[in-house]
Ligand binder design. Structure first.
Ligand SMILES: [Zn+2]
Length: 270
C-alpha cells in the first residue's frame, strides 16, 4: 500500500491508536558511541539504570533534535482532527512534553520527569524540578569524563539527597521509570485507565492502528495488545513501521501492512 492510500485510510477511520516505540529514543544514531555505552555500563554496575532515560535524552539532544522534532510534528498534524490515543514505550522526554491532546498520551515505561521513592512507596511521586534535572544531567556528563557514580542516591552514599528523600520512609528519590528497581507504576496508571476505556470504545469502529518503531523490549505493552486489538476488530487496520521488525503475523494477513523503515525517518518523509 502506498503512502497516499495509507493516509487516506487513516483519514477515513473513526479512531486512531498510535504506538511509539524504542526507535523514538533515537539510539540508532548514538547507541554505538563509546561515550554513550561507557556511561550505560556504569549505570548498570551502580544500579542507576533509572537514569537511562535522561542519558538518552542528553545524547539525543547532542545529536540534534531536528529529526525527532520534525517527525513528531508530522505525526501531530496527521492526528489533528482524529480521535486518537498514544501509547509510548519510549521514555523520551520530548514525547512526554509534547503537543498531544490533553489526556491522550500514556507512557507506561515512565520518563525522567517524575521522581519516586527508591523503595517504591506507593503514593509518593513528585515532579523533578529544573534544578534537579540540571544537576542529574551534570552528574551524567561528569561520569562521561570518568568521575565515579558510586553511591549516587544511595542511603549514606554520595549525593544521597540529590532528588530529595521519601517523606514516608526516608529512602532517596530516584527517577520514575521502568529501569528503577522498584518501579512505581502509579506514575501512569490513571492515564492507563483512560486508555483501556478508550480502547474498549474502538470495538466495531473503523480503527487505524499506527505502530511506530516499537521493538521487542516490552512487547506486552504495545506490540501484542495492538495485534490483538486488530485481530478482534473486523474494521481495524494495522500499519507497522519499523527499521528491523516490520513483519506482521499471519493472522493479520489482509488487515495491515508492514513498512521496513525507521519510524522517525518515515514520519519525516510523509
Ligand atoms: Zn519511601
Amino acid at each position: 500500500m502506498n503512502k497516499a492510500d495509507l493516509i487516506e485510510k487513516l483519514n477515513q477511520s473513526d479512531m486512531v491508536l498510535v504506538g511509539l516505540g524504542e526507535e523514538f529514543d533515537d539510539r540508532e544514531r548514538f547507541g554505538h558511541e563509546p561515550a554513550y555505552r561507557d556511561v550505560c555500563e556504569c549505570l548498570k554496575e551502580e544500579g542507576l539504570l533509572w537514569m537511562l532515560p535522561l542519558w538518552n535524552d542528553i545524547f539525543s539532544r547532542r545529536m540534534g533534535t531536528d529529526r525527532l522534532e520534525e517527525g513528531l510534528q508530522r505525526l501531530l498534524l496527521l492526528l489533528e482532527n482524529k480521535n486518537y490515543f498514544v501509547v509510548s514505550v519510549s521514555t523520551a522526554g520530548r514525547i512526554a512534553c509534547g503537543g498531544w491532546r490533553a489526556g491522550r498520551l500514556v507512557m507506561p515505561c515512565g520518563t525522567g520527569l517524575k521522581k519516586q521513592c527508591a523503595q517504591g512507596c506507593r503514593d509518593v511521586l513528585e515532579e523533578v524540578t529544573e534544578a534537579e534535572h540540571n544537576r542529574l544531567s551534570e552528574i551524567l556528563e561528569e561520569a562521561e569524563r570518568g568521575f565515579s557514580l558510586q553511591g549516587i542516591c544511595r542511603p549514606g552514599g554520595k549525593g544521597e539527597a540529590l532528588l530529595g528523600v521519601c517523606p514516608k520512609c526516608g529512602a532517596p528519590f530516584i527517577l520514575n521509570n521502568i529501569y528503577a528497581e522498584n518501579y512505581n507504576e502509579d506514575g501512569y496508571l490513571d492515564q492507563w485507565r483512560l486508555y483501556t476505556k478508550w480502547l474498549q470504545g474502538t470495538l466495531n469502529r473503523r480503527l487505524f492502528v499506527l505502530e511506530l518503531g516499537v521493538g521487542m523490549d516490552f512487547p506486552s505493552v504495545v506490540r501484542w495488545p495492538f495485534e490483538k486489538a486488530v485481530f478482534f476488530n473486523q474494521k481495524a487496520f494495522l500499519c507497522r513501521v519499523n527499521g528491523r521488525l516490520h513483519q506482521l503475523t499471519e493472522e493479520l494477513a489482509g488487515k495491515g501492512c508492514g513498512i521496513s523503515q525507521n519510524a522517525i525517518e518515515w514520519l519525516g518523509q510523509l
